[in-house]
Design a protein. Structure first.
Length: 86
């Protein structure tokens, strides 16, 4: 018999992506891939989990924009963020 803690999708996603987000926010290429991957995965999530993933994605993009030192990187991140909230 196996006993395991049951986690909800939002917790699993946050756990899976938080370290990548934390260490990758200064690299626009990493953030772009991360946002794309989270978006693709969240399409198969139930609505509540999808909303949680959208919130996490927005937080990653905002943090990345603050860390971006180049204006064209900030612009690319702003466009990604606008695409997430539409």
């Amino acid at each position: 018999r196996i006993l395991t803690e049951v986690l909800v999708i939002e917790e699993l996603a946050r756990s899976a992506f938080s370290s990548i987000a934390r260490y990758g926010t200064s690299d626009v290429d990493v953030v772009t891939r991360l946002v794309d991957t989270m978006g693709k995965l969240s399409r198969s999530f139930p609505p509540a989990a999808r909303d949680a993933m959208l919130t996490l994605t927005e937080q990653v993009l905002i943090a990345s924009e603050h860390n971006a030192s180049l204006s064209f990187d900030r612009k690319a991140l702003q466009e990604l963020l606008r695409g997430q909230t539409v």
